[in-house]
Design a protein around this ligand. Structure first.
Ligand code: ZN
Length: 78
């Protein structure tokens, strides 16, 4: 039971979909940290206009240090 609670907390802590290793170090434009990884957070559509043709999902790439958004994209949206 206690373990289950810990897992929930852990899941909440790790809101990102995944972490990616950078092939070369890069610097965050916001916090100036030299980064070896970037985190990817899933973007789920929560509200939409009935006539919207925007995709249901996307992703946001954030700095693992300051959590600021470096890049965002919508799935299948060229
Ligand atoms: Zn940063």
């Amino acid at each position: 039971m206690a373990e289950e609670l810990n897992m929930d907390e852990d899941a909440r802590d790790r809101e990102m979909e995944a972490e990616y290793a950078l092939e070369y170090d890069a610097q965050c434009p916001f916090c100036q940290q030299v980064l070896k990884t970037l985190q990817v957070v899933r973007l789920l559509r929560s509200r939409v206009n009935f006539t919207s043709t925007l995709p249901r999902r996307g992703r946001v790439i954030i700095c693992p240090e300051c959590k600021k958004i470096i890049s965002a994209e919508l799935a299948g949206f060229a």
